[in-house]
Design a protein around this ligand. Sequence first.
Ligand code: ADP
Ligand code: MG
Length: 246
Amino acid sequence: MSSRAAVVDTQGIEKVYSMGDMKVHALRGVSLRIEAGEFLAVMGASGSGKSTFMNLVGCLDRPTAGAFLLNGKDVSRFSRDQLAGVRGREIGFVFQGFNLLPRTSALENVELPMLYQGVSAKERKKRASEALARVGLGDRVDHTPAQLSGGQQQRVAIARALVNRPVLLLADEPTGNLDSQTSIEVMAIFQELNDQGLTILLVTHESDIAEHARRVVVFKDGVVLSDRPVQKRRIARIQLAAEATG
Ligand code: ADP
Ligand code: MG
């Protein structure tokens, strides 16, 4: 019996966008393995292919060439519908702009991904409440996004990403709209989730955010430029405690 499959295994994936006669090679052969329990940050200049890579790994799109195994399953030839199914069951997304429904309570926002998974109303409410408690918002379940700070909104989005118990959490610039203190609070949640075993793939252009991860991959012009473990890892909980005591 071979060892357990990697959560993410991309094998020479390429992505070419065609726009009329123009072809853009956004990815030119990216091979990356992400094992269960890893916390990986992807960095790189604008246009280097980070979001394209996230979209492929997140089953939002298919590679032009190469294979992509998610948890051992080759999803690179899946139909759009099959991809949507895998995405809903196995992947949690967190975005820079939170993407919450306005005038809708935190609880209902978090319940949303379960609507398509045939979970009963009672179970939805229970799981959504638990996910909100997990991100420290157990006392804010009835608040709408407008009644929450940016950091709290991002925590609702993280809770929403967790309710279907994904194998992989994807976050594209999750701290891009947050001040530095709030960014560290959000990184504390990611680190706590990762310590509990969740596999996380984060895109950021800020190196001090990337240093909260365990491994950093840098993209350049659609290829992997470097791939290294984080040496002096930042621990958000310790940074926050140091600030609190002044
Ligand atoms: P990053 O997230 O690192 O800024 P992207 O993955 O968004 O990079 O983009 C990589 C390259 O692919 C860029 O040259 C970009 O212009 C191009 N690109 C991205 N998405 C599309 C698209 N939907 N259609 C055409 N070109 C695209
Ligand atoms: Mg991008």
